[in-house]
Design a protein around this ligand. Structure first.
Ligand code: TTP
Length: 393
């Protein structure tokens, strides 16, 4: 079976992190977000991947090439992000037979994806506490009888997890009209499948839709927790690596460093001397964490430097960020309320008691900058020495 991966979106809600990389290419442990969905598809037996690209298409193509783990890869270009059904329509000419569709920005339970591929036509589902925020499945036994968007009176607690196997005929059903929010939705194609076929659902144990910056952190928490200790880089005798720590070949850990897993130090990254890195943390390729720096539960993007006397907690730093000496991040409010973050101009609760900052690519902080919890620094932003930053910039 072919698997269509939807990876044409920019990820406007995850800005500024998506400035130079489309959201599906943001790092989750040792690979881009979309590669986790590709892995689930390949492990489930996909014979071909059809990747729908648009925003940042080249980075996606460069990553997968024309073969991913022995499975041929083709591309379809969606020029305008007109909806998920429209994205699959862009791939239509490549489709031949029953096909699967996975979102390139979702993390799936891989075993459930394998079940889904075996039991098509089918849809992945996740049990949620507040179904009225989701597309909800009506069911009779294992069969889906309907799908309702954000119902006030949800028929079940089974939310649509954005993973589908469609019958070959669905290729002809992709020209659905735009929905109320103006997008051509794949769920309307699913509704047609439910009318004409027996569609089963497969409940996933775990699922995550990465839309906002803190969900990228959550995605890394999930995938870094699956790490097994593997140390290939250069580690000084006086460094102390505890638990599931991965140090890739070409990374260096200097004297006096303590690392408590799960932590992944990617190729070319360097830590120390005298640094403390706590899980779940990803230090991207060529990142540097230097003397007297503590990094906890964070993503430090490729080429970013936190070189001296700093604290970074529960934060996401993009690529080539530079934190000046003494830059400190607050990650907890004194009233113990969940930290809020700006998403498309609106302050939204992250639902997390601990959350630090989001820093766009190429941003630079001056010495002794204090960054308040929930602050976003945009791409290339700078601060002045000693500044206390309490608002986004
Ligand atoms: P969304 O998360 O709804 O959209 P997005 O990725 O553009 O993000 P944002 O809302 O923050 O701007 O998309 C779900 C998945 O489908 C995601 O993997 C991107 C993909 N997609 C397309 O490929 N084409 C489209 O037209 C749309 C709407 C989504």
């Amino acid at each position: 079976m072919q698997a269509v991966l939807l990876a044409a979106g920019e990820g406007t809600r995850i800005r500024p992190l998506s400035a130079s990389l489309p959201k599906p290419m943001l790092p989750v442990a040792d690979r881009p977000l979309v590669a986790h969905a590709a892995d689930a598809a390949v492990d489930a037996g996909a014979e071909e991947l059809v990747v729908v690209v648009g925003y940042g298409a080249e980075t996606v193509r460069n990553y997968f090439g024309d073969d991913y783990r022995g499975v041929p890869v083709r591309y379809a270009v969606q020029d305008e992000q007109a909806g998920t059904a429209d994205a699959v329509r862009a791939a239509r000419e490549h489709l031949d037979g029953a096909f699967a569709v996975l979102n390139g920005d979702n993390l799936y339970d891989p075993e459930a994806v394998a079940d889904l591929f075996e039991s098509g036509p089918s849809v992945g589902a996740i049990r949620v506490d507040e179904p009225s925020n989701y597309g909800v499945l009506s069911t009779a036994g294992d069969a889906v009888t309907d799908i309702v968007e954000k119902p006030t009176d949800p028929p079940t607690d089974l939310a649509n997890a954005g993973a589908y196997v469609f019958p070959a005929e669905a290729r002809e059903w992709l020209d659905v009209p735009a929905s109320e929010r103006g997008e051509r939705e794949i769920t309307d194609v699913l509704a047609r499948a439910v009318e004409e076929y027996d569609v089963s659902y497969v409940a996933m144990d775990r699922w995550l839709d990465v839309g906002r910056p803190w969900e990228l952190l959550e995605a890394n928490e999930w995938k870094l927790a699956e790490l097994e200790r593997d140390v290939r880089g250069e580690v000084h005798d006086d460094a102390d690596l505890r638990g599931p720590v991965v140090v890739e070949e070409g990374a260096t850990i200097d004297a006096g460093v303590v690392i408590e897993g799960p932590v992944l130090v990617r190729a070319g990254a360097s830590v120390g001397p005298n640094a403390y890195v706590r899980g779940a943390t990803l230090l991207g390729e060529d990142a540097h964490v230097g003397h007297s720096v503590e990094v906890k539960n964070s993503v430090v993007g490729e080429g970013s430097h936190v070189a001296h006397l700093s604290y970074v907690g529960d934060s996401v730093l993009g690529r080539n960020v530079n934190f000046g000496a003494g830059t400190n991040v607050a990650n907890l409010r004194h009233d113990d309320e969940a930290v809020k973050l700006t998403v498309k101009g609106e302050r939204i609760s992250t639902g997390r008691r601990k959350f630090g900052v989001v820093v766009g690519d190429d941003a630079k902080t001056a010495i002794n900058t204090s960054l308040n919890a929930g602050v976003t620094l945009s791409t290339g932003a700078t601060t002045t020495p000693g500044e206390v930053v309490t608002r986004d910039r």
